[in-house]
Ligand binder design. Structure first.
Ligand code: CP
Length: 319
C-alpha cells in the first residue's frame, strides 16, 4: 500500500479486515516494525478518536509519533497557489509539507471540508496538496469527502458482529443535527459497504441525497421506517445537503433513532462514528442500550489504523 486515502488503496478488503482482527488479538506482535521511523499526524481540525487511536497504533508498531494540532499550534497556513501572502497567512502549505518530508517517513493528515466551496471540497483542495508535495506515503485521517480509517473500523466491527451465512442488511440512516456537517463519513461508509458482502441501503430525507459518485447503485429510500425494516445493522450519521451544498433543508418528520424505530429492525446493532450529539442525532436509550456497538466501533479505530500503518511500513521497508 503506497498511500491510504480511500478504499481504492486497499488491494484486498477481506485480507486487511483479517489482519486488523489478528492485530486486535495481539496488538504488540510487530513492535519492531516501525523502529527508527517517524509518522507525522497533522490535524487541521479537532479530533479525539482519530488522534488517540492513531497514536496508539503507531506506538504499537514502534514508530516515533509527531502530532501537530496545526490549527492551534502551527503558523496560519496558505493553501492558494501563487498567493501574495501579505495578509493573515504566514506559511504556504507546500513549504510546510516539504518540511514534514524532512522529518517524517509517513505523513497522516486530517483536513475537513471547508463547506464554503463545493468545488474545492469535491476536488479535495487540501488533501490533494499533500498528495502532490509529499515525498513519503500519505494517510487520510479524514478529508473533505472521505474518512477511510473510520470506514475500515466500521467494516471490522460489522465483521465481528456477524456470523450467519446470509448477508446482513446494513442501513445508513441520516440523523438530525444543529449545524451543517460534511458528507465525508456517509460517502466513505457507502464506498466501503459497496465492497462488502452486505445488502446496503441508505435512508435520508428529500434534499439530503449524498453525491451519486459515492452512492452509485445503492438504493436511497426517503422513508426511514421502510428502510429500517429487517435491518441487521443501522449506522446513524448526519450530513448536510450535497445538492444545495452545505445547506440544511427543513425536515418535518422525526429522524432521530429511538427504540420504537429500532423495533422495526431485526434487532439491529447500532453504529455511529462519534462524536454524537445525544438526544439530537441519537436518543440516550439507543446510545446506552443493548444494541449499541458504538464503543466497540471506536476501539476498532486502533486496529484499523494499525493494519494500515503496518501495510504502509511494508512498502517503505521494501524500498
Ligand atoms: N470518529 C472520529 O473520527 O472521531 P474524531 O473526530 O474524534 O477523531
Amino acid at each position: 500500500m503506497k498511500n491510504f486515502t480511500s478504499v481504492s488503496d486497499v488491494e484486498d478488503l477481506q485480507e486487511i479486515i483479517k489482519k486488523a482482527l489478528q492485530i486486535k488479538e495481539n496488538p504488540l506482535s510487530e513492535t519492531e516494525k516501525g523502529k527508527g521511523k517517524t509518522i507525522g499526524l497533522v490535524f487541521l481540525n479537532s479530533s479525539l478518536r482519530t488522534r488517540l487511536s492513531s497514536q496508539i497504533a503507531a506506538q504499537n508498531l514502534g514508530l516515533n509519533v509527531l502530532t501537530l494540532n496545526a490549527a492551534q499550534e502551527a503558523w496560519n497556513l496558505e493553501f492558494a497557489d501563487g498567493a501574495v501572502m501579505n495578509g493573515d497567512t504566514v506559511e504556504h502549505i507546500k513549504d510546510a509539507i516539504e518540511v514534514l518530508n524532512q522529518y517524517c517517513g509517513i505523513i497522516a493528515v486530517r483536513c475537513f471540508a471547508g463547506m464554503k466551496s463545493k468545488e474545492d471540497d469535491i476536488n479535495e483542495n487540501i488533501l490533494s496538496q499533500f498528495e502532490k508535495y509529499a515525498k513519503v506515503p500519505v494517510i487520510s485521517l479524514e478529508s473533505a469527502t472521505r474518512h477511510p480509517l473510520q470506514s475500515l473500523a466500521d467494516c471490522i466491527t460489522i465483521t465481528e458482529n456477524w456470523n450467519k451465512e446470509q448477508k446482513p442488511k446494513v442501513v445508513l440512516t441520516w440523523a438530525p443535527h444543529i449545524k451543517p456537517i460534511a458528507q465525508a463519513v456517509g460517502n466513505s461508509f457507502a464506498e466501503w459497504m459497496q465492497q462488502m458482502d452486505v445488502d446496503f441501503v441508505i435512508t435520508n430525507p428529500e434534499g439530503y441525497d449524498l453525491d451519486k459518485n459515492f452512492t452509485k447503485d445503492t438504493p436511497v429510500i426517503h422513508d426511514q421506517d421502510e428502510a429500517l425494516k429487517d435491518a441487521d445493522f443501522v449506522y446513524v450519521k448526519n450530513w448536510s445537503s450535497f445538492d444545495e451544498y452545505a445547506a440544511m433543508p427543513e425536515v418535518k418528520e422525526s429522524w432521530m433513532l429511538t427504540n420504537e424505530k429500532l423495533a422495526n429492525t431485526n434487532e439491529a446493532k447500532v453504529m455511529h462514528c462519534l462524536p454524537v450529539r445525544r438526544n439530537v442525532e441519537l436518543s440516550d436509550e439507543v446510545m446506552d442500550g443493548k444494541n449499541s456497538i458504538i464503543y466497540q466501533q471506536a476501539k476498532n479505530r486502533i486496529f484499523s489504523a494499525q493494519a494500515v500503518f503496518s501495510e504502509i511500513l511494508d512498502e517503505i521497508t521494501e524500498k
